[in-house]
Ligand binder design. Sequence first.
Ligand SMILES: C[S@@+](CC[C@H](N)C(=O)[O-])C[C@H]1O[C@@H](n2cnc3c(N)ncnc32)[C@H](O)[C@@H]1O
Length: 223
Amino acid sequence: MRVGQGGNGPGPLTPDGSAVELYEITQIHGEDELISAAIEPGSNILELGCGTGRVTRPLLARGHHVVAVDESPDMIARVSETETICSTIGDLRLDRQFDLVLMMSYLINVADDAERLRLLRTCAHHVRPGGSVILQQQTPGMLRGPAVMVNEQRRMEISDVEELPGNRQAATLTYTIDGKTWSQRILTQNLSEDQLAAQLAEAGLQRTGYLTPDKTWVRAQLN
Ligand SMILES: C[S@@+](CC[C@H](N)C(=O)[O-])C[C@H]1O[C@@H](n2cnc3c(N)ncnc32)[C@H](O)[C@@H]1O
C-alpha cells in the first residue's frame, strides 16, 4: 500500500487501495463523451491508471486507439481489448508519443509534490507536440463529509474526513454495490491554480484550458 492509503473489501486491492471488483462493476458516467468531444476522431490515447478498463472500453468503442497503463496486474488483467502495460506511471518511458495522455481519477491530487512531478513528467514525455494531456483533478469542497450519495447503482459514503496542513485531506470512502462493501482510506491534496501551473511548467507543460466549468478536467500541452 502507498503511504496514507489503504482499503478493504472483497477481492484484490491495488497499492492505492482501489478494489478491482468494485471498478469492474462501476459504470461509466459520461467521461468518454467528455474526453472524446475534446480530441480528434481516431486519436491515439495513452491512458494512465486505467484500472479495469471502465473508461478504456468506451473510448475504444468511440473509435480511438488506447494504450492502457496500470501498476496493478490484477486491474490490467481485466483489460483484454487493447494493448496494456503494467507499470507505475512515474517509471513509464515509452519511445512513442500520443495525441492524448489521459490521467483521470484524481491521481494528480497525490499528496506528495515529488511524486506529482514524476506523474506530470511521464505525461509530458508521452504527449506529441500539439497533442493534449487531460487531467481529472479534485477541487475544493469535493471531499466534504460525513456525506452519503446514493444512486440507482451504488451507495457511497464519505466519512472520517481530516483536514490536514498544506491543503491535504484524508477521508474514508465506502462503496456498497449489490450487497458488497469496499472501503478505501485516501490522502489527497487540493492544488491551487498557481500550484498546478507551477508544477506543469516544471514538467514542461502549460495549462491551455478546462473541459468543464467546475475546472475538474484540465487540458495541458507542451510548452
Ligand atoms: C481509482 S482507480 C480508477 C481506474 C480508472 N481510471 C477508472 O476511472 O475506472 C485508480 C487506478 O490507478 C492506478 N494507479 C494509481 N496510482 C498509480 C501509479 N502511480 N502508477 C500506475 N497506476 C496507478 C490504480 O492501480 C488503479 O487501478
